[in-house]
Design a protein. Structure first.
Length: 277
């Protein structure tokens, strides 16, 4: 039996964030076992915490969706750090937890009652080609007039970010998920300056077996790099996500001049163990 926790991430209210199933002491499990358990939980992500192979890391994290493995994802990073700490994990550096994953080493830090990760660098950015944008608009049932800007935000997941005219258009979007094909799309709409939240976000990734992700760390990291970098958002703000799914996700973003930190509340809702052997 392996210790397992279901952690709600990015909300201070139970069941209003994005859940992740975290299997601790997962060494020895095969890829097949991990993939099958991720399909069984049917959550947007299920993670497995193993001993690190990099001496600088505190643990190695494998991140699975129902459709396959990811090199990096945000809410699993925070939920897994929460579960590891709660189970008695002690970081090598008291000021930072270091996660090893497919995207490399990710720093996680504790900030009051929240956890935050340092946004990994984008491996692809810039505008999509006209054919890709046209496919996205058709699938989202949007017009060019609904979109202020578009860019790739690839930091593990291959997000295509679209900045729409306003949050109301973001919330009213009803995608044709079949027409999305392999596209993983993030929508964002800015609230008036000085508002909290400052941004409304939605994430669609049906290719991974997740039609709409409730609250998405990796997408919010990419959006922060883009929207702070183009002076559309201040260096510190709060984003809302999950409203269309009756969630109340809140993502806290802070650019400290060196890294962009993406964080939120984490809370264990289920404690137990799983028998996968």
């Amino acid at each position: 039996m392996r210790p397992t926790k279901y952690v709600d991430v990015f909300s201070a209210e139970p069941t209003k964030g994005n859940p992740v199933a975290v299997v601790l002491e997962a060494d020895g499990l095969s890829d097949e076992q991990m993939g099958q358990f991720a399909q069984w939980t049917n959550l947007s992500e299920t993670t497995f915490v193993l001993r690190p192979t990099d001496p600088r890391a505190d643990y190695l994290l494998r991140i699975w969706t129902p459709g396959g493995e990811l090199p990096f994802a945000g809410h699993p990073t925070l939920g897994s750090a929460h579960a590891w700490l709660e189970a008695g994990g002690t970081p090598k550096d008291p000021d930072s937890i270091v996660q090893q994953c497919g995207a490399g080493l990710i720093d996680v830090r504790r900030e009051n009652d929240r956890l935050s990760f340092a946004a990994p660098p984008l491996t692809k950015s810039g505008p999509p080609d006209s054919q890709t944008l046209a496919q996205a608009l058709r699938a989202l049932r949007l017009t060019e007039a609904d979109v202020l800007d578009a860019t790739w935000l690839v930091n593990g997941p291959p997000w295509l970010g679209l900045l729409l005219t306003d949050p109301e258009t973001v919330l009213a979007t009803t995608p044709d998920f079949t027409a999305l094909g392999k596209l993983e799309i993030g929508l964002a709409g800015l609230y008036p300056t000085g508002s909290e939240p400052a941004l409304e976000v939605r994430a669609f990734c049906p290719i991974l077996g997740v039609a709409e992700d409730p609250v998405t760390g990796s997408l919010n990291a990419g959006l922060a790099q883009w929207l702070i970098g183009t002076n559309r958002l201040p260096k510190q703000y709060v984003a809302a996500q999950g409203s269309a799914l009756n969630r109340n996700g809140r993502v806290y973003v802070h650019d400290d001049g060196t890294d962009i930190w993406v964080g939120g509340h984490t809370r264990t809702l289920i404690n137990g163990s799983v028998d996968l052997d």
